[in-house]
Design a protein around this ligand. Structure first.
Ligand SMILES: Nc1ncnc2c1ncn2[C@@H]1O[C@H](COP(=O)(O)OP(=O)(O)OP(=O)(O)O)[C@@H](O)[C@H]1O
Length: 306
């Protein structure tokens, strides 16, 4: 798979403060690539450099081989950017917005089927300011797709939406990818990143803390699996601490909580069976991307401070 976006050692500072500090990643054609990070991590600055809206201080960006600043028009044809709320006049109707933005592109998609696909046909006469949050986001997706881009950049698309509208938007993002468009998705919702993204770059303090698949990120998290139980008889501590791939042991009120991997879980079950001890209220839970994110960004902070 060729990379459609290549970012190498990107740097950007504001007032002498580095907000993007050596970021590198490549987005493959056809994937949903997530940029995940806490507030102020440098996510928006990074994607605005990719879009050519900001000039980098250092590093190299290529969008299908083009430099977003030097070849701005070419990149604008390849890359569909999502507008910010403030960029669309509240009085424009949905139809006017679609017609207006179609006119900005040399070979626009027919906006009627696009509006149909995004469930906007019944709202064509409605002013932007009167749409619900979910409908506004659907219009933003339509406007980002109207130029027939190869890549679409969606930044915090589901912020402020209720859970139902958020899930409906996720489905639309999956549909966009299924239609062959590569998606660069900026988010700080773990569940969204876990559900949608093929790969995720975790950005913290202007640097990439990790870049992997959601499952790969979770596996890196210390204590990827947690098993807890109340044994029917006391267990020998030495045997507990000798379990394979063990990350931590906690014993409280007769209940034992172990973190480790699947290997740890299997070994503790064998251990209990060997001693004819039963495990009451046995619970096994996998770590989530939330856990991985906290571990990764915390680890990065320690590294940066060292
Ligand atoms: N034009 C600007 N001038 C000065 N500082 C800026 C400018 N734009 C962004 N910043 C600062 O750069 C840092 C990174 O901002 P950026 O918007 O890229 O982060 P982000 O990861 O997208 O955050 P959020 O999730 O809050 O949107 C922040 O501290 C922000 O205040």
């Amino acid at each position: 798979m060729p990379s459609v976006i290549e970012v190498t050692d990107l740097r950007k500072a504001y007032g002498g403060r580095a907000v993007v500090d050596g970021v590198s990643f490549a987005v493959e054609e056809g994937e949903i690539f997530g940029i995940l990070g806490p507030n102020g991590a440098g996510k928006t600055t990074t994607v605005e450099c990719v879009e050519g809206l900001r000039a980098p201080d250092g590093g190299r960006i290529r969008v299908a081989g083009h430099d977003p600043v030097a070849d701005h028009d070419e990149v604008a044809r390849i890359l569909g950017a999502q507008l910010q709320q403030s960029e669309l006049q509240a009085k424009l109707t949905v139809r006017e917005a679609l017609e207006l933005y179609a006119a900005f592109h040399p070979n626009p998609a027919d906006w009627r089927p696009l509006a149909e696909r995004l469930g906007l046909t019944a709202k064509l006469g409605t002013r932007f300011g009167k749409l619900s949050g979910g409908q506004q986001q659907r219009l933003f997706i339509a406007l980002a797709l109207i130029g027939g881009p190869r890549v679409v950049v969606l930044d915090e698309l589901t912020t402020g939406l209720d859970p139902r509208a958020r899930r409906a938007t996720w489905q639309l993002i999956e549909d966009v990818r299924a239609s062959g468009v590569t998606v660069l998705l900026v988010t700080h919702f773990m569940e969204e990143a876990q559900r949608l993204c093929d790969r995720i770059a975790v950005i913290d303090k202007g640097r990439i803390a990790a870049l992997d698949t959601p499952a790969g990120l979770i596996q890196r998290s210390a204590g990827a699996t947690v098993v807890s139980f109340t044994p029917s008889a006391p267990l020998d501590e030495r045997e507990l601490y000798g379990l394979p791939a063990l990350a931590s042991v906690e014993q409280k009120d007769g209940r034992i909580t172990l973190t480790g991997t699947d290997e740890t879980v299997n070994a503790v079950i064998s251990l209990l069976a060997r001693h004819h001890i039963t495990a009451r209220q046995l619970r096994v839970t996998d770590a989530t991307l939330d856990d991985a994110f906290l571990d990764l960004t915390e680890g990065h902070t320690k590294e940066a401070a060292a």
